[in-house]
Design a protein. Structure first.
Length: 314
């Protein structure tokens, strides 16, 4: 179990899930190193947090490796007990693979994937000096499933998932005090769609408006609910944290075939026990854990069906 305390570093902290995480961690007495390009947003958040904890603000573009390295240096100096790092910052890009150019795909990868890699690398040496520490990397439900119109975003989020899971196993094998969780949000009500860029080949402005409207109609989980779920996952040292839809979108989902259920459960299971956990000494999965995995699998398949249906018209 990772205790919530000391200090946490959060990228993309000025809005959305990052902002909600900062607020909830502050309520639990955790000092904060908050990073974002949006300096006014950071200052507003700091004012709202007030004297609840020590807060340092850092203007950081996570697409710039030097910015991240400087953030890690400054944050660990300001907060020597910093033991939680949340690589949360991310962007979106609308359009099919043929509608986005390579420069746009590079831009998204620099932030959504390389930002996570550079953040993990910059903070890891410090985290390893502590008795316990935790890295939280934000992937997406699109790091589990890949609907049409999301080729760049899904590719980056799948990469975050693969990178995070491999590093997690490496840390476990080495007996490191650092734990790592990868988060898969689905349908969280943030401004990521409204702030997204559009592929250079997208000429129909109505498509952008329709895509934003579909996302906002579907995204019913609040950032606070997502933050609370992530904190719970940190406390439980969950290797994968799946953030569910707040309510069913189309009623109870039909059960997928058994082989599909097993595959998705293995991908989306939250408890992290059973086969595949390297160096953790895991035993047989209990009936309760199998039930939890099945529930997560059903939710994942339901989410996949919804997002593919809603994005197919793009």
């Amino acid at each position: 179990m990772t205790a919530i305390g000391g200090a946490a570093a959060i990228t993309g902290a000025a809005s959305g899930i990052g902002r909600a995480l900062a607020t909830e961690l502050a309520r639990r007495g955790c000092d904060l190193a908050l990073a974002d390009r949006d300096e006014p947003g950071l200052k507003t958040l700091a004012a709202e947090i007030g004297a609840a904890c020590k807060v340092s603000l850092h203007r950081v573009d996570v697409g710039e490796p030097d910015d991240i390295a400087q953030f890690a240096r400054e944050a660990t100096i300001a907060h020597p007990a910093l033991g939680i790092v949340v690589n949360n910052a991310g962007v979106a890009l609308m359009g099919s693979f043929e509608e986005i150019d390579q420069a746009q795909m590079d831009w998204l990868f620099d932030i959504n994937f390389w930002g996570v890699v550079h953040g993990t690398r910059a903070f890891l040496p410090h985290l390893k000096t502590l008795g316990e520490a935790h890295i939280v990397n934000l992937s997406s439900i699109f790091g589990i499933i890949a609907p049409p119109g999301q080729s760049a975003y899904a590719a980056a989020k799948f990469a975050v998932r693969g990178f995070s899971e491999s590093v997690r196993h490496e840390l476990a094998v080495a007996g490191s005090p650092v734990r790592l969780s990868v988060v898969h949000p689905g349908g969280v009500a943030t401004a990521i769609a409204r702030n997204s860029r559009t592929g250079v080949g997208v000429t129909d402005n109505a498509r952008r408006s329709q895509s934003i409207e579909r996302f906002e109609n579907a995204a019913k989980t609040t950032p606070r609910d997502a933050a609370l779920r992530i904190i719970k996952g940190i406390e439980r040292n969950e290797p994968r944290i799946l953030i569910r839809q707040r309510r069913p979108l189309h009623g109870p989902p039909a059960l997928p075939p058994g082989n599909v259920l097993g595959t998705v459960a293995a991908q989306a299971g939250e408890d992290g026990e059973g086969a595949g956990e390297v160096g953790q000494g895991r035993g047989t999965v209990s009936a309760r854990h199998r039930e939890e995995r099945s529930d997560e699998a059903i939710q994942t398949v339901s989410t996949e069906r919804f997002w593919i249906a809603s994005l197919r018209s793009q």
